[in-house]
Design a protein around this ligand. Structure first.
Ligand code: 3ON
Ligand code: FE
Length: 507
C-alpha cells in the first residue's frame, strides 16, 4: 500500500489516500453496547467517561458536505468501569440536523463552504447559521454541553446522550450568542480561594472584534464576564490562560464577505491569510478589579502564522510562555475542491512553537520546539495555566512534511526528549486525552492543581481509525512510555469518522 511518492518530501508515504479517505465516511447508525473485542487489559483503576465530539455526517442523504468542519456533531461516550468499557454514540439533535434529516437534503449553508443545491442563486443572501454542535464536549456544572464556536451550546443527557436543547448557561447567553469550543478548567483559581473554575470566551468579529471572557464556578454559576475590543477582524478558535491572564492570538487574516453574501462560498472561505502582517497577541487580565486597580489589556506582535490550537501557557518571572501549534499559513478551504482530495504535501504542516512574551520589554521571542507535523496538543489537567513538562499531540508518522495524523507524540519540553507511538500505515489517530492514574488527581470530579506522582503518570486515550478493518478502536497508552505496546485496544464494531475534541469526566 506504500505506493505514492510526494515530490517535496523524500520519503515513502506512511499512508494511502484511499485508506485515509475512508475515515471520512459518515456514521449514520447510533450504537449502545459493551465493548467485547479487547486486546490487552483496561486498567481497573480507570473510572470515568471519555466524551468525544466531531462531525458524524459527511453527507446529508448522499449530498456531500463541502468540508468536515461543516458536519453535524456526533458524540461518542466511552465509559470505563472496573476493567470494562461501554460505547455509545448519538447525534446532537440540533434544529438543523432534525430539519435536514426530515427533508433528506441540505437545507443550510455551512461556514466552511457547504451550499444548498441549486447554485449560487439558491444560496445568496441566506445568512442563517446551522448550529452543528460538532467541536467539543464538556461536563461542567452538572450539564453535558456540546460546543460549536459560532453559537450557543447544546445540552445533552450525560447517560443517554439525548439532546435536551440549546443551553444559554442560565441566562448568561442571549439567543444567537457565540460561546467558544475551547474552555479551560483552571484547577485552582486564585480569585476564588483556590477553587476550580471554567474559563471560556466568545468572539464577535467585525471591523473591530469583541472578545468576551467568561468564568464559571463548579456549579455552573457565572463568576466573571467582561468584554474587550481588538482592532480589526478576528477569527480566534482557541486561547490560553495563566492564573492572571487570558491570551488570544489574532492571526493576520482579512475577511471579504462578498462571495458569502452572493452565495458563492461559506464565510470560512472568505478569510485570507496576510503573511506580510504580524500576528497580534492580546493579553487580557482575568480579574475584574475596580477601575483604579484594574490592569490594562496588553498587546504584543510576532511573526505571521496561523494558530488554531494552543497546548498551554504559564508565567515565568516577567515572561508569559505559550506553547502552540502554528502553521506557516492558513490551510485555506478552496471553493470547488473536495476535501477528500487534500494534497497534504502542498500544505504547511502544523508545528509546535514556544512564544515568550516579555511583559517588561514588550518583545516576543519564538522558538521551534518540534518540527514534526502535529495537531491537537494536550497537557496534564493539573498543569492548565501552569508550567508543564510534557505535551501530548497527534502527529504525522514521518518527521518531515505535512501528512495525516497517524501517531501520538510526547514531547518533554525540559529535556527535549520525545517519544512516538505510531499507528501507521493503516491507523489514523485523534486527539490524545491524558488521564492521571491516581484518582486523587481529581476532587469532586474536577482536576486539582497538585500532581499526584509524575506529570506523565497516567494514560493517553485516543480513538484510532483502522483502515484495514474499516473500524475504529479506543487505544489506551501508558503516557510514561510510548515505546511500549498499548495497554489496551478496544475494538469497536464500526468506524468513527475523524473527530475534533473531547474530555474525560472521572466517576
Ligand atoms: O466571520 C466569521 C468567520 C467564521 C470562520 C463568522 C463565524 C464566527 C461564523 C465563523 C465561524 C467559525 C467556526 C464555526 C469555526 C469552526 C471550526 C471547527 C469546527 C473546527 C476547527 C478545527 C481545527 C483544526 C486545526 C482541525 C484539525 C484537524 C485535523 C488535523 C484532521 O483531523
Ligand atoms: Fe479546536
Amino acid at each position: 500500500q506504500l505506493n505514492e511518492r510526494a515530490s517535496t518530501v523524500p520519503t515513502v508515504l506512511s499512508y494511502t489516500r484511499e485508506d485515509w479517505q475512508k475515515g471520512y465516511n459518515s456514521l449514520k447508525e447510533e450504537f449502545d453496547y459493551w465493548i467485547e473485542d479487547i486486546e490487552g487489559e483496561i486498567p481497573p483503576e480507570l473510572h470515568g467517561t471519555l466524551f468525544r465530539n466531531g462531525p458524524g455526517l459527511l453527507d446529508i442523504n448522499g449530498q456531500m458536505i463541502h468540508h468536515p468542519f461543516d458536519g453535524d456533531g456526533m458524540i461518542c461516550a466511552i465509559t470505563f468501569d472496573s476493567g470494562r468499557a461501554h460505547f455509545r454514540n448519538r447525534f446532537v439533535r440540533s434544529e438543523g440536523y432534525l430539519a435536514e434529516q426530515a427533508a433528506g437534503r441540505i437545507l443550510y449553508r455551512g461556514v466552511f463552504g457547504t451550499q444548498k443545491p441549486g447554485g449560487w442563486l439558491a444560496n445568496a443572501f441566506d445568512f442563517r447559521l446551522k448550529n452543528i454542535a460538532n467541536t467539543n464536549i464538556l461536563y461542567w456544572g452538572d450539564k453535558l454541553l456540546a460546543l460549536w464556536e459560532a453559537a450557543e451550546p447544546h445540552r445533552l443527557d450525560p447517560t443517554t446522550l439525548e439532546t435536551i436543547g440549546l443551553d444559554r448557561l442560565d441566562g448568561v447567553l442571549k439567543p444567537g450568542d457565540a460561546f467558544a469550543a475551547h474552555p479551560w478548567i483552571d484547577p485552582a483559581c486564585n480569585q476564588d480561594d483556590g477553587a476550580p473554575c471554567l474559563v471560556n470566551f466568545s468572539i464577535k468579529p467585525g471591523l473591530s472584534s469583541t472578545i468576551t471572557l467568561f468564568e464559571f464556578n463548579p456549579a455552573g454559576k457565572l463568576l466573571r464576564k467582561h468584554a474587550h475590543s481588538v482592532p480589526g477582524f478576528a477569527f480566534i478558535h482557541d486561547f490560553v490562560i495563566t492564573p492572571d491572564y487570558a491570551i488570544f492570538f489574532q492571526n493576520p487574516v482579512s475577511f471579504n464577505p462578498l462571495p458569502f453574501l452572493f452565495g458563492k462560498s461559506g464565510p470560512g472561505e472568505c478569510i485570507t491569510f496576510n503573511p506580510e502582517k504580524p500576528t497580534r497577541i492580546a493579553v487580557i487580565p482575568r480579574a475584574v478589579g475596580s477601575k483604579k486597580d484594574k490592569k490594562p489589556d496588553l498587546a504584543f506582535e510576532t511573526h505571521a502564522g496561523f494558530v488554531f490550537h494552543h497546548a498551554n501557557a504559564f508565567q515565568d518571572s516577567d515572561e508569559i510562555v505559550i506553547d502552540s501549534v502554528c502553521y506557516g499559513s492558513l490551510p485555506s478551504v478552496e471553493a470547488g475542491a473536495d476535501f477528500r482530495e487534500t494534497a497534504f504535501e502542498k500544505l504547511a504542516p502544523g508545528q509546535l512553537w514556544r512564544f515568550r512574551l516579555n511583559l517588561t520589554t514588550q518583545q516576543v521571542q519564538r522558538e521551534l520546539l518540534e518540527s514534526q507535523c502535529c495537531e491537537f496538543p494536550y497537557v496534564h489537567p493539573a498543569k492548565a495555566g501552569r508550567s508543564h513538562r510534557y505535551i501530548y499531540m497527534g502527529a504525522a508518522d514521518v518527521a518531515e512534511g505535512n501528512a495525516p495524523l497517524q501517531a501520538i507524540l510526547k514531547v518533554d519540553v525540559e529535556s527535549g526528549e520525545r517519544q512516538l507511538w505510531s499507528a501507521a500505515p493503516q491507523g489514523y489517530v485523534s486527539e490524545p486525552i491524558f488521564v492521571p492514574r491516581s484518582s486523587a488527581a481529581f476532587k469532586d470530579g474536577l482536576p486539582t492543581d497538585t500532581l499526584v506522582g509524575a506529570e506523565d503518570d497516567g494514560w493517553l486515550l485516543t480513538l484510532v481509525y483502522n483502515a484495514a478493518h474499516e473500524r475504529s478502536e479506543v487505544v489506551i497508552l501508558d503516557a510514561r512510555n510510548l515505546h511500549q505496546e498499548p495497554v489496551a485496544r478496544l475494538r469497536l464494531k464500526h468506524h468513527v469518522p475523524y473527530g475534533l475534541h473531547g474530555s474525560f469526566t472521572p466517576h
